[in-house]
Write a protein that binds this ligand. Structure first.
Ligand SMILES: Nc1ncnc2c1ncn2[C@@H]1O[C@H](COP(=O)(O)OP(=O)(O)O)[C@@H](O)[C@H]1O
Ligand SMILES: [Mg+2]
Length: 290
């Protein structure tokens, strides 16, 4: 079992902006979803975990070792798929994996070749191993990203918004790949897509403004909202009235009619009961006043 313990972690950038505010999290094997809107601080937190940013305060303990001061141990056991890969050099997929494998310290030639070929197989890119990565589609680039992240059999895999820009089929394929590898390692998945967390993650946290606002198991967070979510179609002109009198957690146009969904302990007059979903947990967490 691998363990990652993040304790009172803060990150203040050079310009004085605090992107991570006193975050504490305990994460074990399996898939952990970090859910939050753009600008929440997800990438900042991930870069700090992988040692690309030094925390301003707090610490990160990975398998019993403090990696916040010396990130070598986590780097040796890490697969990281960053949100933005930057520019790919003009070399084939195989050669790029070879290069990364060397950087990761896989010095034995035979072992390197075996790992690369089996990973290319796993991510379904064997037929494209001689093609340059910059010519790949978005989905193929992401699968390549997974292959490079898996080189060296990491104990912790961190993927930052991996499905952004993928079409639905690519997204499914990518997600089931992640699911397959998450049994014996820690996988942290950052995303703004509630559905990905619902489908994949056994544990999750909601992040906004640099803080963790909620955390737990998706099913448990959802069940807390049982018999507390209600909805109703309204006239657009009535919205202000409902905004001032109800805790609205989302609004939606359904066949050109405005529907509001509210949180309430008791059934509000003329509202219909709604089965709670993870998106209700998410939107309520983001809209709730502290
Ligand atoms: N290098 C940096 N210097 C200063 N502020 C930054 C830097 N990188 C990100 N930020 C700011 O930190 C906040 C969180 O950004 P980020 O971690 O990228 O969020 P997310 O990944 O959730 O979209 C944003 O307001 C962003 O502008
Ligand atoms: Mg980000």
């Amino acid at each position: 079992m691998n363990t990652l313990s993040i304790n009172n972690l803060s990150l203040i950038y050079k310009n004085g902006f605090q992107a991570v505010k006193d975050i504490s999290l305990d994460i074990g094997n399996g898939m952990f979803g970090l859910l939050g809107p753009n600008g929440a601080g997800k990438s900042s937190l991930m870069k700090t975990i992988v040692g690309l940013q030094k925390p301003t305060s707090g610490n990160i303990i990975f398998n019993g070792k403090d990696v916040s001061k010396d990130p070598d141990y986590i780097k040796q056991n890490l697969g990281f798929l960053p949100q933005d890969f930057g520019v790919y050099p003009k070399v084939s997929a195989y050669d790029l994996l070879e290069h990364i494998a060397v950087l990761k310290g896989i010095i034995d030639r035979t072992e390197r070749k075996e790992q690369i070929l089996s990973l290319l197989e796993k991510v379904n890119l064997s037929d494209f191993r001689k093609k340059e990565v910059h010519t790949f589609s978005g989905g193929m680039k992401q699968r390549f990203g997974v292959a490079q992240a898996l080189l060296g059999n990491p104990k912790i895999i961190i993927v930052d918004e991996p499905t952004a820009g993928l079409d639905p089929e690519e997204r499914n394929r990518f997600n089931s790949l992640l699911n397959d590898i998450s049994q014996e390692v820690i996988v942290i998945l950052s995303t703004h897509l509630v559905e990905d967390v619902r489908n994949l993650c056994s544990e999750m946290a909601v992040m906004n403004n640099g803080q963790i606002l909620r955390q737990g198991k998706p099913a448990e967070l959802i069940s807390e909202l049982e018999d507390r979510i209600w909805s109703k179609p309204i006239d657009k002109n009535e919205l202000d009235h409902y905004l001032s009198s109800h805790e609205i957690i989302s609004r939606q146009l359904i066949e050109r009619e405005l529907h509001i969904t509210v949180f309430s302990e008791d059934q509000p007059k003329d509202f219909n009961a709604v089965s709670p979903l993870l998106e209700h947990v998410y939107f309520r967490t983001l809209t709730q006043k502290p």
